[in-house]
Each structure stands twice: as C-alpha cells, then as structure tokens.
Design a protein around this ligand. Structure first.
Ligand code: ADP
Length: 466
C-alpha cells in the first residue's frame, strides 16, 4: 500500500472513530434524557391519579393526558389492588418483593421490554400508605430516538465519505513534494550527474531531504569525476612506457643491427617493463588500500622492524640512497612499538616516504626519526631536497599529481595517494611541511598501544558510516 493510500486510510479511520464516539455520546445522553423525562411523566401521572381518586373519588380518564399502553395500579399495604385504571388491559405485574422495595426506597424505576414503569409511595389523607405502579410505553420518545439513531448513522456514513475524499486530496497534497523529488531523482543519471534537486524556499523535512540528496549527488559527482580522471591518468601512464617500447622495437627491427645495438634496445625495453611493473604494483596496492577494510588482515607488527625492512628493500634497489634511522625517547617496553598493521601495506607506505626523500634530494639522503610519547608513535621523514611549493602541497595527495619541478625524475604520482590511504587504514595521520629549495619533512602519527580488535572495530564502524 503506498503512502497516499495509507495516509488517507489513517486519516479517515481517525476522524471516523472520533465522529463515532461523538455520535454514540449524543445517542446515549439523549436516551438518558428521554428516560428521565418519561419516568418523570409516569411519576406525575401516578400522583395525579392518586390525588384525583382521593379527592374526587374517581379518575376521569378523558381529562388526563393519556400515555401509550398506560396502566396505573394502586396497591394497599397488604399488596391488594385497590385501583386499576383500565380493567381491560393487562396489569403490569409486580412481585411483592418489588412493592416492598418501593416502600423502603420511596420510588423505584423498572423496565420490561419497551414498557417502563415507576413505583412510588403515596400517603393518603387517612395516613394509609399506598404503592402506585404506573407503566406505559414511550412510543413517541422511542420513535424520536429511532429517528435520531438513523440521522446519526447516515450522517456518520456521509461524513466518512466526505472525510475519505478530503483525506485523499490532503494526502496527495502532502506527498506531492515527495513525488516531485522522486521524479527529479529518476531523471538524474551518469550523464547529467551535475544536476541538483530543487530545494524550494520551505524549511521543512522535505527541503532537508532534497538538500541531503544534493549533498550525496555532490559526493557521487566528485567520486565519479575522480574515477574518470583516475582512469585517464592511469591509461596515460601505461601508454607512455608502452609507446617507448614500441618505438624501440620498431627502430631495432627496421634493419639488421649489431649485437651491442640490440642489447641497448633491450635494456631500454627492460627499463620500461620495470616502470610498468612498478606502476601496476602501485595501482594494485592502491586498489587494495581502497578496498573493503574487512579484507585487511591486521597483525601486531613492530614499527622499528618495519622501518629497517623498508630501508633494506630500498637500498637493495638503489644502493646510492642513504637512509638514517634514529630513535628518540624509546619506550621502556618494546611492546609499545607494536602497531596493529597489515605488514606489506605499511612497509610500502614507509618505503614510499623514504624513496621520495632520497629521490627528490641531490644527496639522495633521508633521515627517519621514530619518537615515542605515552599516547602516540611519531615518525618523521626529513630530507634536504628540492622541496614542494605551497601550490603543489594542496594537491600532493591526489593520485597521479606530480609537481612541475620534479617532472624530469621518474615517478607516477601515486606513491603519496597510496601512502595517505594506508596510514588512514592504520588509524594514523600524515602531514607534510616543506620549503622549496630547503627540504621536506613528512610526519606520520599513530595512536600508541592500539590493539588489533579495537582497530578493527573502529575501522569497521568508519567503513559503515563512510
Ligand atoms: P612520485 O614520487 O612517483 O612522483 P608521489 O605520489 O610519491 O609520486 O609524489 C607525488 C609528487 O610529490 C612527486 O612527483 C613530487 O613532485 C612531490 N614530492 C613527494 N615527496 C617529495 C619530497 N620529499 N620532496 C619533494 N617533492 C616531493
């Protein structure tokens, strides 16, 4: 059932219940009033009859207002009938117990079918205590009650119809903005993701909903554009070494060459293949670091050991690099250097930062400082290289971004994007300070003494909410 139908139904049910309650109340109180009034008339009739009988000796029926099926019966104190108004109609039979109760309580009302009766005590002039039982059928009262019941019932049915129709229009009006939002959202696809929903001037929940949608669309658009640029940059990066290899092989195959020439061509091809492998490894790592956090296997890892491993890997690849690792304020317990980490990923991050420090400085030297405080582990990678300008610093973590001044050096621009993501996955933070021409300092901070389960719980929560 759609919201419009549900709203209409609820609205109709609510109003119908209120109206029904109101109708029943009117009917009930009107019936009470009729009963009260009729019993009063019965009592008056009883007293008038008794007084006439006492004063005049007889009761002239024609002079008194007659009620329908009326019967007045007077009983003496021995429960004998001393007067009966109409002998031919049957007496409203009462038990001795009823007569006794009337004598005790002075007046008692009773109803049998449609016939209502009142019994009351009348003390005659001679002090005789008589009980008068008057019964009649309130034909007019009941017929008025019946009429009222019909009016109320049909009135209630009619209002139900009116409320149903009004409810339908009311519900349509209330959900019109939702239908508009649905239509607008349906019209947005990958080709016009820049479009936004109309928020209008209202400040209600639906305007909030439209704003929330717009914010989501903005994020999606950003992600979409990033994805597009990522793919185009990645293909560009892949194309360059492939083009070089093709060029080299074409030139080598144009005519017969000497062995040395073939070796030179193959060496160039080998270099490019290495670049390609580096790039694909970087892209794979980036894809992995951007994948579901649940797929990452955190293990307790010693930070200092990871640094030494990263250094060893790098020096094996580039023997001319100098990487100094210093420690400051080391903790008393070695366990405090342990981080919950996915070892290969975190090692790649450290290696990237060391490599950048060496690659972008003339002396190919970087200094790594591992410092420990009670609440955090801090790693600083400092070099005295070319530095990064303020303009470049803003974009430095974007995939494939490379500063103009370092373009002649080999690289793909994905190292820092990958590193930032990896540090984030390990609940750390990364900051870069740099002065062009003087050097760069990259600081990575991890909260100390994190346990694997606590990190996992936090990551999963972040993942669910992101
Ligand atoms: P790559 O080094 O492969 O180009 P990165 O993502 O590691 O990719 O770095 C992106 C850019 O940031 C580099 O091209 C370089 O311009 C700049 N950069 C990074 N680290 C340093 C550094 N230590 N000194 C100077 N420039 C740096």
């Amino acid at each position: 059932m759609n919201i419009r139908k549900r709203l209409t139904l609820l609205f109709t049910l609510l109003v119908a219940s209120i109206l029904l309650l109101f109708t029943i109340t009117i009917y009930y109180f009107y019936n009470q009033f009729r009963e009260q009034e009729f019993y009063q008339r019965l009592a008056e009739k009883a007293l008038t009859t008794a007084r006439l009988r006492q004063d005049v000796g007889e009761v002239p029926n024609d002079d008194l207002p007659v009620l329908s099926d009326e019967q007045v019966t007077i009983y003496d104190d021995r429960n004998q009938i001393v007067f009966q108004e109409t002998k031919d109609s049957p007496t409203f039979g009462v038990s001795p117990g009823f007569l006794r109760a009337v004598r005790e309580k002075k007046q008692i009302r009773m109803r049998r079918g449609d016939t209502e009766a009142v019994g009351l005590v009348f003390t005659g002039k001679n002090g005789q205590r008589l009980v008068i039982v008057t019964s009649a059928n309130d034909r007019y009262g009941f017929s008025k009650l019946q009429r009222l019941r019909d009016i109320l019932f049909f009135g209630w049915l009619f209002s139900l119809f009116v409320v149903g129709v009004a409810g339908w229009f009311f519900a349509s009006d209330a959900i019109r903005p939702v239908s508009e939002i649905i239509a607008q959202v349906n019209a947005i696809s990958a080709t016009n993701i820049h479009q936004r929903l109309r928020v209008g001037r209202q400040r209600d929940e639906l305007a909030d909903l439209a704003r929330t949608f717009n914010a989501m669309l903005r994020r999606l658009e950003d992600a979409f554009i990033n994805q597009k640029t990522f793919v185009s940059y990645a293909s560009h990066e892949l194309r360059t070494p492939l083009a070089v290899m093709l060029g080299q092989t074409n030139v080598a195959l144009m005519q017969p060459r000497s062995g040395a020439e073939y070796v030179a061509a193959l060496e160039t091809v080998e270099d490019e293949v290495r670049r390609l492998i580096d790039l694909s490894n970087g892209l794979l790592d980036l894809a992995r670091a951007n994948a579901d956090v649940a797929t990452i296997h955190y293990q307790p890892v010693r930070t200092d050991e990871l640094l030494w491993q990263a250094r060893a890997n790098l020096i094996q690849k580039y023997p001319d690099y100098t990487i100094d690792i210093d420690f400051d304020n080391l903790p008393d317990q070695e366990d405090d250097l342990i981080l919950p980490a996915e070892e290969p990923l975190l090692r790649t991050a450290f290696q990237n930062l060391m490599e950048n420090g060496c690659k972008y400085s003339a002396d190919h030297q970087v200094r790594v400082l591992l410092a420990f405080t009670a609440s955090q582990l801090q790693l600083t990678f400092t070099d005295e290289g070319v530095g990064i300008s303020a303009n470049d610093l803003i974009h430095i973590f974007e995939p494939f971004y490379r500063a103009e001044r370092t373009k002649e050096l080999q690289g793909h621009g994905i190292g820092l994007a990958l590193t930032q993501r990896i540090i984030g996955l390990h609940n750390g933070q990364i900051q870069i300070e740099s002065e062009p021409g003087r050097g760069t300092s990259v600081t990575v901070i991890f909260p100390a003494r994190q346990s694997v389960p606590s990190l996992l719980a936090m990551k999963t929560e972040k993942f669910v909410h992101s």
